[in-house]
Design a binder for this molecule. Sequence first.
Ligand SMILES: Cc1ncc(COP(=O)(O)O)c(C=O)c1O
Length: 207
Amino acid sequence: MAKYNLTPVVVPHVATKFRKIKTKLPVPESLKVFKTLSESEPVSMMGQPPIVWDKAEGFQVYDKWGNKWIDWSSGVLITNAGHGRKEIIKALKEILDRKLLATYVFIHEKRAELTKMLQAISPDPANYLVFLLSTGSEATENCIKLAKTWAFEKHGPQKKYFVSFNNAFHGRTLGAQLAGGNPKLKTWIVDEGKTFIQVPFPRWLQE
Ligand SMILES: Cc1ncc(COP(=O)(O)O)c(C=O)c1O
């Protein structure tokens, strides 16, 4: 696991319209946050850059110690909706004011609004249904389950192979890792079986 060096170093100061660096990096006062995380999180969470975000305004992110950056990260690994979008803040506030914790068992109106909206922007709304999940790995697991269930029901148990591409990444859960094409990420599975097969990515798709 890649880990950043957490020794504060003197870096050139920056003071432009959108950026400001006025401390050592990492900021010495921020080290306690990294310490707490390293004591309470697994090592898989420790490859993140040694800055601590505190708040955002438009495309800028700020730490607590007077530094500000342009956020080029595009919300890596999450959908980039932008910082401080008024519509999102308003919608979240409305939900919070309702004091309702939604569950999977009881439906609420917003769920219907969201599924309808997502279905409408799908490539073929009449043939697309929406399944709301929290992560890409869950979506991958469900795709695997749907594909294999369909194959089994239509063609029988011999139709058990799942083909994906070398070097592909599909998530961190078991099915998603089996479908992934990076052998290094799969050593923990030990007996991974032979129903998930990776092939080279076709060259014509890369060109
Ligand atoms: C192509 C692809 N599939 C699946 C995933 C897994 O998504 P998540 O991290 O939300 O479980 C990722 C995440 O990086 C991904 O890039």
